[in-house]
Design a protein around this ligand. Sequence first.
Ligand code: MN
Length: 731
Amino acid sequence: MLRQYELVDRVRRYNPHTDEDLLNRAYVYAMRAHGQQKRASGDLYFTHPLEVAAILTELRLDDATIVAAVLHDTIEDTGATKAEIDSLFGPEIGQLVDGLTKLKKLDLVSKRAAQAENFRKLLLAISEDVRVLLVKLADRLHNMRTLHYVSAEKRARIAEETLDIYAPLAGRMGMQTLRDELENLSFRYLMPEAFAMVSTRLEDLRETNRELIRTIEEELAHELGLQGIEAEVRGRQKQPYSVWSKMERKSLAFEQLSDIFGFRVVVSDVDECYRVIGVVHTKWPMVPGRFKDYISTPKQNDYRSIHTTVVGPGRQRVELQVRTREMHDIARFGIAAHALYKDGRDAPAPVLSQESNAYQWLKRTIDMLAEGSSPEEFLEHTRLELFHDQVFCFTPKGRLIALPRGATPIDFAYAVHTSVGNSAVGAKINGRLAPLLAPLNNGDEVEIVRAEGQTPPAAWEAIAVTGKARAAIRRATRDAVRAQYAGLGRQIVLRAFERAGKKFSEDKLRPALPRLARSSIEDVLAAVGRGEMFSGDVVKAVYPDFKEERKAPAPDRSDPGWFRMQKAYGVEFKSPGGATAGADALPIRGLQGDLPVTFAPNGAVPGDRIVGIMTPGEGITVYPIQSPALAAFDDQPERWLDVRWDVEDAQALFPARIVVAAINEPGSLGAVASLIGEQGGNIDDVTFNKKSPDFRQMTFDIQVFDLKHLNDILTRIRVLPMVHSVERVIG
Ligand code: MN
């Protein structure tokens, strides 16, 4: 346990003017208040607030924050009151402890709505004094560090909440060191095997490259020294969680991550940063497209540095971050560092810089709260922002529109109003005409060019990134699509009547509507166009005596593929002749009627964007949208059906094919196979395609629940040391 004098020492090291008496009184007060209370670990409870305070001394925070940390659980867990703390330690500290107490009551609710409400209250408490957030983050960090003592269920919940909210929040505030540790701890508790695999591989890599890193460090420092630049050069390695999430996000193998190692060059001023870049680029060839100047344009969370990659000593690609000492502190401590630089090093100031981007973000987010969106909506919104770093754009009248990164003027238009989106035909960004598909940047002023009587193209749905835009586009295109299908259906019906030697007229069809169980002629035509109804049935409804000679071929039920399909999906597919339950048992919306439905070879899994291709007289084949086979139907848009997955909690398994290239060594097949099994995937079949002395390629036909499940399996396989690459194959 941290002793009283140790706490004072830690603070005095960075703040010689610390109020020792205040620290001592807080220490004794909290120790008495918590008494013999114990933590889940069996330790005295009092060790917890002390550790939280210790974490904050590493951020070199002011006395009020440190004292608030020592006292942060007293009101909630002991007999202490706000009035008592006010009178003993002053209202500033009383206010901080009170804010933390309000948050403490909110911890650990599992319901989503309650979580959203919590987050809202967290931000409101922060808005009163941002130091509340610093203590809260340190509190969460210590709880994460000691998480193995609590029950497995509680552990998962806390780790998830940390990954969802606290880690991104720390990142948004620029507190990278804290964020890394929160993420790595959550990762370790949520996915222990994945964490172990990534960590082991990082460790191996560190061992292998130890010499090389030292050489590069020395050579860089030497070269800079020759130019009279005194620089601190350090090799650094990526964190396990950031490696994992990058592999997952970009579908990369461990070996493909080029930036696991980097070097950081810290110099004394901005001029020197640019001089370093000059020296490095003169000495070693730079890799094009990798130079980023975050000094002239800081990141949203105030991060500043220059990034570049060169082909350095030993022809190694070397990533460099060049920054000043101050920038380095800000990169590690974020808003906490701003506090420090307010009045210079010696006297930490309690007030955070109002000009900092992080502070501005907090303020905007809190303002948005005041606008009164529902807590769930707010959480969804904020979560998106925390993860993807939003863009803020403006209408010509200056209204702020916040959108997720990657949003286009289409999203902007729908965010302003649905009617604006539906009538959008063009956009002006910062006064200049721009395509509706152009990604928006922060600060863009966007004007939407409108024309009434427009229907948004259905393709926009795939381009839009906001749910609001997508839903509106779907709604608006539905009617237009229906009209298209009706037009197609009319042609099909006309031909069918022709073949039958009969004449088609709407007047004759109208009395037959009840027989077709449709309420309008357009309904019938659209149903035929969609392939939900046979044109022959329409002829028969009008001319009941008519006999169609040509029968659609029934699928060959002796075809083993047919039965395998039935087994795999657990449903019976309809054949054109059969009348039993069928297509509607498939977890796909947009299909009804008499057509048999099959999946393209190698399958589609829920989560894939899918389309149905109608083959008249045969049925509908469902393809993932990225299937190369779809190119063959490009010029026949009338055969494309809009279909959608209809799976809630998927219990069924779906087939997917993956190809794994692995080192040819005993056990590589076994390792991949058992990993798939452990992850709850089924293996249908394995074939060996290529075998060279050192590599073998294996094709696995597996079954998974959905796309997330599949991606999870792929990423885990990718981490295996003997695996070179793994790809999904879509037919
Ligand atoms: Mn606590």
